[in-house]
Design a protein around this ligand. Structure first.
Ligand code: EPZ
Length: 419
């Protein structure tokens, strides 16, 4: 696993382009299986998770070409419906292939995704939703097998006990091939769900309501070719803004949807940052010293995103006062706090609550990345620490960020990646 070496002290300045969204391109790559045609995707980020998805699609028999930011998938040749453990291990969000493979072949076998640093990551909501649509589910512990009796699921009213992003996506994909209309209530409302709907409509699906708690999926008449440009990555945008808040400076992001990070910008303004939003740009300037803002309470979209919790925490480490975080989405998402304390941060964690009291100085230290966003938070904190911070196991960061080290260097940070 690579090590990232961060030397703190440089303010960030300049402009950077935001990548295509990891959490949109992943379900859309799965969606390419449903209709059996060709998907031509643009604005695709270069990520380890995208590489893993391409490996899964090729394993299933699809032809996949990648050139720059474009990925072309031809799923006509799909001949398998089983995702082996080795491929599931590479990316736990492969669970979203369940709905797509079920829609295409009527049966899917996949090794159950393991838990991760964020907690057990169950898939009960996914399985319950598919059973409501008529799927026969055999959850044999290490492997899950879902079958559609007679090869087709039936449209149904599916209500999610929790607005799970992945379960929403699985229902949208499975429902494309179901007999009759599916109405999904208490659906997740994330912008990546809206992007998946846009892509499915281009592919020939009758689908509406994404972005609201109620999504309707009707008939699907697959078009031979589908073109789609991936929505900008709101979490990468939040990451870059929090890194600039942590280091100090004046940066502009471009090619993003400012409305998608309203809650993050509101918290940063609360902390004293000046933020100006254009149509597809956001400019952030930091004050002499940040101050702790309002409590940060993570919620399903449009609430504050859990994926930005660690990043905003990094920006709070030297802010005046005490910042309060409440993590409501994942059962354990504070692993980064242990690491940030090694820099001299004052963080107390009690269950879902973390209290961050600003200190005057942070001192670089060797740290370990435990997960994707926590790892990025260690880098953001290292920008504000005196001396060198080494982030070990930085491969976690590379799962979800397209050359984040290079992007930070282009903004003036001293960040070097070493194998
Ligand atoms: C998606 O994960 C994202 N991943 C996550 O981003 C993001 O943190 C999460 O949504 C919440 O916004 C992708 O889109 C690839 P959930 P997902 O189902 O779909 C529980 C990142 O850093 N749950 O909305 O797995 C679950 O344990 C990643 O980019 C069940 O209990 O999230 C969690 O506590 C991390 N049973 C909560 O719901 C289920 O069947 C939210 O999970 C499913 C989920």
């Amino acid at each position: 696993m690579p090590v990232w070496k961060v030397r703190g002290g440089n303010e960030l300045s300049g402009s950077a382009r935001v990548q295509g969204a990891k959490n949109a391109v992943l379900p859309i790559l799965a969606a390419s299986l449903v209709g059996g045609g060709v998907f031509r995707l643009r604005n695709c980020p270069r990520l380890k998770d995208v590489d893993a998805s391409i490996e899964i699609l090729r394993h299933l028999g699809c032809a996949v070409e990648r050139e720059e930011d474009a990925i072309t998938v031809n799923s006509a040749g799909m001949r398998d419906n089983h995702i082996p453990h080795a491929l599931m291990l590479k990316m736990r969000s492969s669970v979203m292939y369940m709905g797509a493979i079920l829609a295409r072949t009527g049966e899917v076998r996949l090794s159950t995704p393991g838990g991760c640093e964020l907690g057990s990551r169950p898939i009960d909501l996914h399985l319950k939703a598919l059973e409501t649509m008529g799927a026969e589910v055999r959850d044999a512990g290490a492997e899950v097998v879902c079958r559609a009796p007679g090869g087709r699921l039936r449209g149904a009213h599916v209500n999610l006990d929790f607005p799970s992003v992945g379960a929403t996506e699985n229902v949208m994909l499975a429902a494309c091939a179901a007999e009759g209309e599916t109405v999904l209530t208490n659906a997740a409302r994330e912008p990546e769900i809206v992007d998946l709907q846009r892509c499915l409509i281009s592919a020939g699906a009758e689908i509406s309501g994404a972005g609201t708690p109620e999504i309707h999926i009707g008939a699907f008449r697959p078009r031979p070719e589908t073109e789609h440009r991936i929505v900008p990555d709101r979490i990468e945008a939040a990451t870059l803004l929090c890194a600039a808040a942590s280091a100090g400076g004046d940066i502009e992001l471009r090619d993003l949807a400012p409305a998608h990070i309203d809650t993050v910008c509101a918290c940063l303004r609360d902390m004293g940052c000046r933020i100006v939003c254009g149509a597809d740009t956001v400019r952030l300037r930091t004050p002499k010293r940040l101050r702790a803002g309002r409590p940060v309470i993570t919620k399903p979209y449009p609430g504050f995103p859990t994926d930005a919790q660690a990043l905003l925490m990094a920006a709070c480490l030297r802010a005046e006062g005490t910042a309060v975080f409440v993590e409501n989405i994942f059962e354990s998402r504070y692993r980064h706090a242990d690491e940030l304390r090694r820099l001299g941060a004052d963080i107390r964690v009690e269950g879902r609550v973390a209290m961050v009291t600003g200190v005057h100085r942070l001192t670089g230290a060797p740290l370990t990345a435990w997960d994707l966003r926590g790892g990025a938070a260690l880098v953001a904190a290292g920008l504000a620490a005196e001396g060198e911070t080494q982030v070990f196991d930085a491969g976690h960061i590379e799962r979800g960020y397209d050359d984040l080290a290079g992007k930070l260097r282009s903004l003036g940070a001293d960040v070097v990646r070493e194998e």
